[in-house]
Design a protein around this ligand. Sequence first.
Ligand code: ZN
Ligand code: ZN
Length: 307
Amino acid sequence: MALCEGCSWSIYEFIREKCSNPDALLEVWYTHGLLHWQKDCERCGQPSRVDLRRKQLRCDKTVSTRKQKKQRCGWHVSLLNGSIFKRAHLDVNTLLVFVNYFIREYFTVRLIQHELGLELKTITDWSTFCQEVMVHWALEQQGVIGGPGRIVEIIESKFWRSKYNVGRVVDGQWGYGGICRETRNLFLVPVADRTSDALLAVIKERIAPGSIIIFDCWKIYNCLSQEEYNHLTVNQTYQFIDPDKLAELHNIERQWKEAKRKVPLCGHRKKHLVKYLARSMFLMHFEDHNIRLHHFLCAAASVYPPV
Ligand SMILES: [Zn+2]
Ligand SMILES: [Zn+2]
């Protein structure tokens, strides 16, 4: 089996093809690098093989003993060893079905309770797992977004401590997120503080000149000095728009409403904003529902590689 380089599954196809054979679900995690991909036998040093049915890495190599009698090595270890599933006691098969729902716009707790019969605590835990993958994915997105006439929304939020204890953000750290409506490119940047310098640095580094920036205007006024603000706006480097005033710009407003209707970016509790933002970014970035699973699993493998 080779590592997956791109796959596409609708929920129906996934259930039909994969859920009829539980071993195949393990294969999905495996081929996306969340389980030990290649591991040498710890007894004889030869490459081991994967046995999906037994959920094991096994060594079938023939080895010579001192008495010159050839024997099968027989070393084996659980395929889940060192994986996030073992470390966090996650049920590999149900979690994969759960992920399939989580990456769709219509994911709700009630839907999962009905469909998978999971308890609220499990749903919360597994949602955290998925959200963390998406936050880390968003943090990896590099480059400048926006451009002349393009709309970029900035959101500020506090990061929270990672439940599974990975990542490079610390509890209570502030950060800025930005998403360009037209291109769906995005960024998520942790900042040490919320001074004007920090905000300005994020804007200059990550948003192209000529962009229309949607952000709480009073915060922009408070954060930037009059001189900085004038410099940015008078030279038309950026145009700042208050979200409440968006209605005045009829042409933008209609399209933006549409984008927000698809994936709500606001209206959630503020302390969870980064998580919601990262999920919105992920869903908006991969508009094609059926390729999301592949990209989610690849992101998950980079966040939770087997150790
Ligand atoms: Zn794939
Ligand atoms: Zn061996």
